[in-house]
Ligand binder design. Structure first.
Ligand SMILES: Cc1cc2nc3c(=O)[nH]c(=O)nc-3n(C[C@H](O)[C@H](O)[C@H](O)COP(=O)(O)OP(=O)(O)OC[C@H]3O[C@@H](n4cnc5c(N)ncnc54)[C@H](O)[C@@H]3O)c2cc1C
Ligand code: FES
Length: 279
C-alpha cells in the first residue's frame, strides 16, 4: 500500500498526485514511468513521473481524467492509499549536455516535458520549451517551466486564449529554419508528435518522442505496447518510451491506441453509474 501525501487539481480534468514511495524516488530519472493499481482488483495504468525527491521519499504524477481508472484516482485525497505502485519503468530520456534543444509538450504531455527540460537545463543544454494546449486554462506547470533557466518559453493555444494562436509546429518550424536547433524532444498526443516529427524531419533535426501505446505489464512480457520503428517491432515499455521520431509508424500507433475504445467506454459508463461524484 502506498500513501497519498497530496492531491492538486491543475485544470478542469488534470490532477497531480504525490505518493510516499522512498525506494522508487531514489532511482527515478527523467522520462521514466510508473504503473499503478488503484485498488487490489483494479487495472494497471501507466503514468510518467512528473517530479520526485530522493531526499524526502516522494514521487509525483500528473494525469488527465479520461476513463474509469483515472476518474477513480482523481477522487483520492491525502491519507488515502493506492494498492500498488511499480517503477521506475522504461528507459530514461537521453540527456544531451551541450546541445540546443527544443522540448515540446502538448496538453498533459507537459507533465513529461517538465522533468526532461529540467534535466537538460541541469546538464547545461540550451533549452527552448514550446508548450501547446487547446486553450489557456488547459496549460499546466507554467510556473514550474518559468522557474527554469530556459533560452525561450513559447506558449501556443489553438484558440489564442494564452500565448500565440496556433500549433506548436509553427515556432518549431521557425527554429529549425533559422538553424537554431541541434535536437528536439516531443511528448503529447500522437497526432501532435507525428506533425512535430514531420516538421523537424524536413530540416534533418534529430527528434526523440515519448510514446504512450496501450500498456499492460510494463515489463516486455505481454506485447500490448508494441510499436513499429524503422520497420522493426519494438516494445514501448522496455525499448522506450522514447524513440527516434523519424522511424515511428504513427498510423499504426494511433490505430492500436483505439483498440479497446468500446470496452473502455462501457467500463467508464458502468463506473459513472455507481459513483455519485463522477462527472
Ligand atoms: C508510458 C506511458 C506514460 C503515460 N503517462 C501519462 C501521464 O503522465 N499522464 C496521463 O494523463 N496519461 C499518461 N499515459 C496515458 C494513461 O496511461 C491513460 O490515459 C490511462 O491508462 C487511462 O486509463 P483510464 O482507465 O482512465 O481510461 P480508459 O477508459 O481505459 O482509456 C482512455 C484512453 O487512454 C488510453 N489507455 C487506456 N489504457 C491504457 C494503457 N494501459 N496504456 C496506455 N494508454 C491507455 C486509451 O487508448 C484511451 O484513449 C501514459 C501512458 C503510457 C503508456
Ligand atoms: S506493456 Fe507488456 S510488453 Fe510492454
Amino acid at each position: 500500500m502506498f500513501n497519498v501525501l497530496a492531491k492538486r487539481q491543475l485544470s478542469e480534468a488534470v490532477f497531480e498526485i504525490t505518493v510516499e514511495a522512498p525506494e522508487i524516488a531514489r532511482k527515478v530519472q527523467a522520462g521514466q514511468f510508473l504503473i499503478i493499481r488503484a485498488t487490489e482488483d483494479g487495472e494497471r495504468v501507466p503514468f510518467t513521473f512528473s517530479d520526485w525527491s530522493a531526499e524526502e521519499g516522494w514521487i509525483k504524477f500528473i494525469f488527465m481524467k479520461v476513463g474509469k481508472t483515472s476518474h477513480l484516482i482523481s477522487h483520492l485525497e491525502r491519507n488515502d492509499v493506492i494498492a500498488d505502485v511499480a517503477g521506475p519503468l522504461g528507459n530514461p530520456t537521453e540527456i544531451e549536455d551541450k546541445s540546443r534543444i527544443a522540448v515540446i509538450g502538448g496538453g498533459v504531455g507537459c507533465a513529461v516535458a517538465y522533468p526532461v527540460a529540467r534535466a537538460l537545463c541541469d546538464a547545461g543544454a540550451e533549452v527552448t520549451v514550446i508548450m501547446g494546449a487547446r486553450k489557456g486554462e488547459l496549460l499546466i506547470l507554467k510556473e514550474e517551466f518559468e522557474a527554469l533557466p530556459l533560452k525561450d518559453f513559447i506558449i501556443m493555444t489553438d484558440d489564442g486564449s494564452a500565448g500565440e494562436k496556433g500549433l506548436v509546429t509553427a515556432p518549431l518550424g521557425e527554429l529549425c529554419k533559422n538553424g537554431e536547433l541541434d535536437n528536439a524532444f516531443a511528448v503529447g498526443p500522437a497526432i501532435m508528435m507525428k506533425f512535430c516529427a514531420a516538421t523537424t524531419g524536413e530540416y534533418g533535426v534529430p527528434t526523440a518522442v515519448s510514446l504512450n501505446p496501450i500498456m499492460v505489464d510494463g515489463t516486455g512480457m505481454c506485447g500490448a505496447c508494441r510499436v513499429t520503428v524503422f520497420g522493426e517491432t519494438k516494445f514501448g515499455c522496455v525499448d522506450g518510451p522514447d524513440f527516434d521520431a523519424a522511424g515511428v509508424n504513427w498510423n499504426e500507433l494511433m490505430t492500436r491506441q483505439r483498440l479497446y475504445q468500446e470496452e473502455e467506454r462501457v467500463a467508464d459508463a458502468e463506473y459513472a453509474g455507481s459513483c455519485s461524484c463522477h462527472i
